[in-house]
Write a protein that binds this ligand. Structure first.
Ligand code: PEP
Ligand code: MN
Length: 263
């Protein structure tokens, strides 16, 4: 169902006043984790001012170590909702388990399935039944075919509002956190009508590489990016090393202008 052979025209996924897919390059931005009201509101204002169409922020965090910050949970969801109400920015946040789906649907506009859960089929079915827009991230070691089949689970459960996300894969290379697979973006754009976004933050894991790889994403034909930003990355509770500062986010948007403003 997600194949271009079934539907030739591009799917545009809408949530709130955001649209992903079609001619405009969509920038979704915000912190890795929601940490506090002050942190979230401050960064949300900055990314909105410079042209982000939606706010990202994790309330439930899939951390590699159980001793790392696990997210604010429901309090984080409430802050995301508040930011949306105050700024008019729809929100994207990760759902980690089936039991969280209904609750998250009340507070956020788009459900993220994280890389670690791409093959959690019960979760894919649950978000499919929810009908909320879903941002589906490629698994750390998943093939493109497996990503498409994961999307098929969501579609088959009744939800066609799916955004695919290339967020870097595991390779032998260790200089960067992951290897951003731009082949996958070009390939996916040919195979599927679903919008495809790139996550250059997790794709590289290095703040200084985020802007160049964002340009690359736009050049290769992605429908947008989801990018981490933090006004004080040194103090971030997760992924500070890959977060764009406020001035860097402004620079990113300057460089993406021709794509963001395309008719
Ligand atoms: C995230 O978006 O913060 C995240 C944990 O992403 P991924 O699932 O791609 O690792
Ligand atoms: Mn992160």
């Amino acid at each position: 169902m997600v194949s271009r052979e079934v539907q030739a025209h591009d799917t545009v996924v809408r949530f709130g006043n955001a649209a992903v897919g079609g001619n405009k390059f969509a920038v979704i931005a915000g912190p890795c984790s929601v940490e506090s009201e002050e942190q979230l509101m401050a960064v949300a204002e900055v990314v909105k001012k410079h042209g982000a169409i939606a706010l990202r922020g994790g309330a439930y965090k899939p951390r590699t170590s159980p001793y790392d910050f696990q997210g604010l949970g429901i309090d984080g969801l409430k802050l995301l909702q508040k930011a949306n109400h105050q700024l008019g920015m729809p929100t994207v946040s990760e759902v980690m388990e089936v039991s969280q789906v209904d609750l998250m649907c009340e507070y956020v506009d788009c459900l993220q399935i994280g890389a670690r859960n791409m093959q959690n089929y019960a979760l894919l079915k649950a978000v499919g039944e929810s009908k909320k827009p879903v941002l589906l991230k490629r698994g750390l070691s998943a093939t493109i075919e497996e990503l498409l089949l994961a999307a098929e689970y969501i579609y088959d459960a009744g939800n066609p509002n799916i955004i695919l996300c290339e967020r870097g894969i595991r390779t032998y290379e260790t200089a960067t956190r992951n290897t951003l697979d731009l082949n996958a973006v070009a390939y996916l754009k040919q195979r599927t009508h679903l919008p495809v976004v790139v996550d250059p933050s997790h794709g590289t894991g290095v703040r200084e590489l985020v802007i160049p790889l964002s340009r690359a994403a736009a050049a290769v034909g992605a429908d947008g990016i989801i990018v981490e930003s933090h006004l004080n990355p040194c103090e971030a509770l997760s992924d500070g090393h890959q977060a764009l500062t406020g001035p860097m986010f402004e620079q990113l948007m300057q460089e993406l202008k021709p794509f963001v403003e395309a008719a």
